[in-house]
Design a protein around this ligand. Structure first.
Ligand code: ZN
Ligand code: ZN
Length: 411
């Protein structure tokens, strides 16, 4: 384990910058048993911030895997009513949410992907009201990560298990701007200001579309919805409370137009989906939809993602990150989107964020769809940024502006 002082700084960051827990607000922590030390530190920090009650929803990925193995698909599809009521209760009491991600790579190997698919579709359908609540910024929420031995060994295969875990903690702290000497909360406030400035420049341009090109074969035009909003860094709930959905975050992102994506994108990092790693893949879009694709590894898993629902073969997010970023410079592949997506420009297959269009969080879904919003129960980010990526913005009247040169922001 790393020094307790660093764990406490990290917990404080999750509580005060991530979820920004308010006085007398209930807090729901969603975590696996792998991360109990961090859960305890976050609980303590949340009470120090004035939380009314801290509720922990424990999961265990090994137990879940046994369920997937032994339960029938029909049985897995049966989401009990008490889970729905519990989730609704958290919404009703005005809780904020802190999720700790600690994926166990390869854990679900050997499980029939269609069975996993049916289980997660059923779950997402039944709890879609919760996703709407979160993605509509009706409450503060944040995601932070914590190592587990299997994940750490995947990132640092040549190290012994304990050393790998230590190394992964160190990498996470570095990515989250936590050192023994700094005040991470103050540093994050400064970082959020820089991201806000970037958002403002792009918002002022209101590009009609973006064009991406590199030597790997990416050559794609992505139309943006009218009155799109570039966001990143801190966000606000519909009641005006600031929060940071992801720690760390380096991205500035917006809403692509569902039907206006054309060309080919080549991924530059693997995509972890349902515990499987899709590697060396590309996608070809026409009128917004993926019409062709290939992957060197786990092509079937990619197929599952694309066929998850109607919206999962369309884009819901486009994000810009300079290749010269702290996570990219660390040169580590985390095998976890929370970190890897901050190393590189990415896009997401699936659901868009209503906040990425003006007034979107208060719009009905049908009205959002008219603007080019993509609805899906999936949202999977994949990275395509590279050191030679060129990005051009094109305004409605045809004016071209270079946004990225050789992988980095130049505006
Ligand atoms: Zn993103
Ligand atoms: Zn995303």
């Amino acid at each position: 384990m790393p020094k307790q002082a660093l764990i406490e700084k990290y917990a404080n960051l999750a509580v005060n910058i991530g979820a920004n827990v308010q006085k007398d607000q209930p807090v729901v922590i969603r975590a696996t048993t792998e991360t109990k030390d961090l859960v305890r530190a976050i609980t303590k920090s949340a009470y120090q911030a004035g939380a009314k009650e801290v509720i922990v929803q424990w999961g265990d990925d090994y137990v879940s895997r046994l369920g997937l193995e032994h339960r029938s698909a029909e049985n897995l599809e049966n989401i009990p009513e008490w889970q729905v009521q519990q989730t609704q209760h958290f919404i009703d009491i005005g809780a904020c949410f802190i999720s700790i991600t600690s994926p166990i790579p390869g854990l679900n190997k050997g499980i029939d992907p269609s069975k996993m698919q049916r289980a997660s579709v059923a779950r997402m359908k039944k709890l879609s009201f919760f996703q709407t609540h979160m993605m509509g910024n009706k409450a503060q929420w944040t995601i932070v990560g914590a190592p587990n031995p299997v994940w750490a060994k995947k990132v640092f295969p040549s190290k012994k298990e304990d050393a790998a875990v230590e190394e992964l903690w160190a990498a996470i702290f570095k990515a989250c701007r936590i050192t023994e000497h700094n005040d991470p909360v103050a540093d994050w406030e400064k970082h959020n200001d820089i991201l806000s400035k970037h958002n403002k420049i792009l918002n002022d341009y209101q590009f009609d579309r973006l064009h991406f090109k590199n030597a790997l074969g990416t050559d794609i035009t992505i139309g943006l919805v009218k009155n799109h909003v570039w966001a990143g860094g801190n966000e606000h709930t519909t009641k005006g409370t600031e929060f940071n959905p992801n720690i760390p975050t380096e991205e500035t992102f917006t809403m692509p137009h569902k039907m206006r994506v054309d060309g080919k994108v080549v991924a530059t990092k693997p995509l972890n989906y349902q515990g499987n790693l899709i590697e060396e893949f590309w996608l070809e879009f026409k009128d917004g939809k993926v019409v062709d694709y290939d992957a060197k590894c786990e092509k079937d898993t990619l197929k599952n993602l694309l066929e998850f629902d109607e919206g999962s073969s369309y884009l819901g997010e486009i994000a810009l990150i300079s290749h010269d970023s702290p996570i990219s410079n660390a040169g580590i592949l985390f095998f976890n989107t929370l970190y890897d997506e901050n190393a590189s420009c990415h896009m997401a297959l699936g659901r868009a964020y209503p906040m990425n269009v003006e007034g979107g969080t208060n719009m009905k879904e049908a009205d959002l769809k008219k603007l080019g919003y993509n609805h899906s129960m999936a949202h999977s980010d994949f990275m395509f940024g590279s050191a030679d990526l060129q990005v051009k913005g094109i305004t409605e009247d045809g004016k071209e502006v270079i946004i990225f040169k050789d992988g980095n922001f130049v505006i």
